[in-house]
Ligand binder design. Structure first.
Ligand code: HEC
Length: 109
């Protein structure tokens, strides 16, 4: 019985944090993303071999990743420096911007 209650509560929390209600502003994020292009590419496809693609990234995942770099939970020489300059609003705007990319995927034959 108790697990049902916990599941319902966590599902409700998930839908609140879902992309549809994300507080980020993609247009503001686009301007802030200029500083990301050197490594993550102007089109969100990384130009630096050790950097991941950001185009179409799930905003819930991306917000967490940036917060983790900022807090030191996740460490990387380059991203720790970058994330340290971002406010919570910057993180939400950037995540909304990269989530708004239209991506087309072709699975290998
Ligand atoms: C100097 C190069 C560089 C710049 C500039 C840079 N990044 Fe990164 N970024 C990286 C590298 C390298 C990684 C992989 C780090 C790791 O292994 O954890 C990374 C990882 C990330 C991740 C984690 C992605 C994942 O799949 O886990 C996010 C999110 C991210 N960067 C966002 C940004 C944003 C937003 C900006 C601009 C505000 C930015 N980065 C600027 C090099 C850079």
């Amino acid at each position: 019985m108790r697990t049902h209650v916990i599941l319902a509560v966590s599902l409700a929390a998930l839908s609140v944090a879902g992309p549809a209600s994300a507080a980020g502003d993609a247009a503001a994020g686009k301007k802030k993303a200029l500083m990301c292009t050197a490594c993550h590419g102007a089109n969100g496809i990384a130009t630096l071999p050790e950097a991941p693609n950001l185009a179409g990234q799930n905003p819930i995942y991306m917000i967490k990743a940036l917060r983790d770099y900022k807090s030191g939970e996740r460490k990387n020489a380059q991203m720790t420096v970058v994330a340290g300059t971002l406010s919570d609003q910057d993180i939400e705007d950037l995540s909304a911007y990269f989530a708004s990319f239209k991506i087309v995927v072709e699975t290998p034959k």
